[in-house]
Design a protein around this ligand. Structure first.
Ligand code: ASP
Length: 342
């Protein structure tokens, strides 16, 4: 793997497969059955200049579960960037303190600029509307695990990507990552003005995949294997776009939509957070507890995948099995009250 993880563009099918393999070996640690200390003494710098719960905390937890420690900073207000410090200076300073750095920043390309100033591995935790490669890796890991459980194969799969496909960095990364694999079918459903960038559609189509665009979910999707819904990224809208924007109910994925228009084994994913305010019409909570809703399995998968990214970048992936001990504290058999038995 490349010394940094900045974009899916640096990944190959082989490097993704290797990471998936390492992630699977992390499962006993991620699910709190075993403990390792392979990163004992190592320090992670978590630099988040945009809102985050999952990405920040799961990178943090993944590093700690490998035995490392984490230094965290959130927002511009409490960082020296508020005093005009450049990405170059911040990068060099952080590199003197940390063995790996995860950064999220509102500007596309900023994490790559930060990484260009250091030899310490940098992971892009989301650069504006650009990319979110670790999310794509955990999404891919989730699809692979769910397909294994359902006896399905990736080749010929039908994936529906819906919501804000213009500013949604997770769908940009996932669309490119899936396109590294055997020909699939993609249906893209976005509200007007929030369509997938044309360059990405061209890239994926040039790799032999079938890509179709539609403007509403009011259709039959009985042969769709995966529905990947996304939040409308209003924080990236111009003032003009924000004025009077509201998402029609036609874009809501809920129990009625799944029961009436999809197959019984369609899985539903979302990078989260879902916007649960009444007019948001994002992924509905009426699917909670339904085994087709894979969103919390997806967030759980963030831990083994992010552990695998650290272990690979810091070159300890071969040491994991040599260093395992059983956990000594209480761990509930299921962590969520609505988690379905699969
Ligand atoms: N958490 C994801 C991201 O940071 C998705 C979202 O915010 O809607 O891109």
């Amino acid at each position: 793997m490349h010394p940094h993880l900045l974009s899916v563009d640096s990944l190959t099918r082989d490097s993704v497969d290797r990471l998936m393999h390492v992630a699977a070996r992390m499962e006993p640690i991620a699910s709190r059955r075993q403990v390792t200390r392979v990163l004992e003494g190592a320090v992670l710098g978590n630099l988040f200049f945009e809102a985050s719960t999952r990405t920040r905390v799961s990178f943090n937890a993944a590093f700690c579960r490998l035995g490392g420690s984490v230094c965290d900073t959130t927002g511009f207000t409490f960082s020296s960037m508020a005093k005009g410090e450049s990405l170059y200076d911040t990068s060099r300073v952080m590199s003197g303190y940390c063995d790996a750095i995860v950064m999220r920043h509102p500007d596309q390309g900023s994490v790559a600029e930060f990484a260009a100033a250091t030899h310490v591995p940098v992971i892009n935790g989301g650069d504006g509307p650009g990319e979110h490669p670790s999310q794509a890796l955990l999404d891919f890991y989730t699809i692979d695990k769910e397909f294994n459980r359902l006896g399905k194969h990736l080749g010929n799969a039908h994936v529906l990507l819906t919501g804000d496909l213009k500013y949604g960095r997770t769908v940009h990364s996932l669309f490119k990552l899936l396109s590294l694999y055997d020909p699939m079918r993609f249906t893209l459903v976005a509200p007007p003005g929030l369509e997938m960038p044309a360059a990405l559609i061209e890239l994926v189509a040039s790799r032999g995949h079938r890509v179709e665009e539609r403007s509403s979910l009011a259709d039959d999707y009985t042969d769709v294997d995966v529905i990947y819904t996304t939040r409308i990224q209003k924080e990236r809208f111009t003032a003009e776009m924000s004025e009077g924007f509201s998402l029609s109910r036609d874009f809501t994925v809920d129990r009625t939509f799944l029961d009436r228009r999809c197959a019984r084994d369609t899985i539903v994913m979302h990078p989260l957070p879902r916007d649960s305010r009444p007019d948001a019409n994002d992924l509905d909570v009426d699917l909670n507890g339904d085994s087709r809703l894979a969103i919390f399995r997806q967030t759980d998968n963030g831990i083994p995948v992010r552990m695998a990214i650290f272990a690979t970048l810091l070159q300890v992936d071969d040491l994991i099995e040599k260093d395992l001990r059983p956990v000594r504290w209480f761990v509930p058999p299921r962590v969520g009250i609505d988690d379905p038995q699969l």
